[in-house]
Design a protein around this ligand. Sequence first.
Ligand code: AMP
Length: 506
Amino acid sequence: MNLANLLIRTAKVFPHNAAVAHGDRDLYDYRELARRAAVLAGKLHSHFGLEPGDRVALCMHNSVAYLEVLYAIWYAGMVAVPINYKLHPREVDFIVEDAAAALLFVDDSSADGGDAMGAGLTVVDCGSREYAALLSGPEVAPAPYQPGQLAWLFYTSGTTGKPKGVMLSHQNLLQMSLCYFADVDSVAATDSMLYAAPMSHGAGLYNFPHVMAGARHLVPESGGFQPDEILALSQRYGGISMFAAPTMVRRLVEYCAASGADSGGIKSVIYGGGPMYVEDIRQALAVMGKRFIQIYGQGESPMTITALSRHHIGDSAHPHYLARLGSVGRAQSAVEVQVVDAQGRELPAGECGEIIVRGGTVMAGYWRNPAASENTLRDGWLYTGDMGVFDGDGFLTLKDRSKDVIISGGSNIYPREVEEVLLLHPAVSEVSVVGRPSAEWGEDVIAFVVCRGAEAPTSEALDALCLAHIARFKRPKEYRIVASLPKNNYGKVLKTALRESLAVAG
Ligand code: AMP
């Protein structure tokens, strides 16, 4: 089924529900959102001469035009290529060219298509008069649907090389959305989805369950993540859900703790995309209460590998509570998840191996990249590159990406385990552990530590903490106190950059 039908249905059932809001103003309802999308879809054909299957890119801030452009693309049977607006123009060029996009939507302040603008690409600024004119005219019906039809080329964050276009079909995204209801959260028509993280990725993917439920799509005026603004909007509307990277959760919690702000208007914070440390989620629960749900996914199985439910995150009386809190939860409903050895054989609970996934959300492959597709999709399974271990109850704990595992003296050391321990120190605010090549041991464990206040903990104090919690050989050889950790545009720590800094500095 074409995803455009989700919007068509909601526009019939809840025509006057607030659909899109900008800050504290409701802009238009579902009837109007569906009209705009259907009219714009017609213009993609009639004005720009595009055909079903053509790629249409968006390089826009989180904006009120985002959803109408996405749905117009699907109405027209075309493929959306959302690009993170924070990328460098050269990276935007790379994606636009790789996708062979025919049209690029930008907004006024990101109107930078780089060189690609000169390469026969049409660029439309959603803040322009030209764009406003595209929204008047006849509405068209959705293009005929072909099974397996592509909906979204999702470009990976490219922390290890050039980004690859993950081919996500309408069917993949529908299954992802059904899993939201089954494994993540319920949505009421009175709720609001607040877009604090880029709509080109996880936050934008979660538009579907909110369209299905007839909920409001709330774009903060800042277009991004400002804790004070989020709290003010939550008090204005109530029933707010948002997707947030763990670093955003920390900032939100710190803001609430410092200001004493009432977070009652925030219904759900769905976090994922990177490790959430046990100390951090405990702090979050203490300050904001049971508003948290974790998901583990990757572009190749978007938002949908496992989920740790609100219930399990709050079930502090359970004998395995802390272990569960450090896990990413159980397989979501549309997928099978296994942990396998290097030969692809399933491992029993308690043994660590690579996580593989099979099911309705798994991508068809990488766009025009058969070699990478074959390497990642084997015998119908998606090889995630993440290492993990199941417990006897089906809860999966992520170790690290296989390339981040440190091998020292022949033993595997999972950086996350060391990071969790160092974060127990009250003066440590953030930490990232990587391996540095060593002639003697293969690799040495090095910890980069960001401190909370001016006073840095001593190496002896950090050593003592490690010795109290983990095996001696896992203890870092060196602690480097740094002002901040390098992060990509999604807030993920760039371990590659940390390793490179060690190689340069020696
Ligand atoms: P991306 O495709 O850019 O969204 O990155 C996906 C990767 O982020 C996964 O393969 C994991 O390594 C990591 N990741 C996603 N969700 C989580 C989570 N809940 N906890 C820890 N790491 C995560």
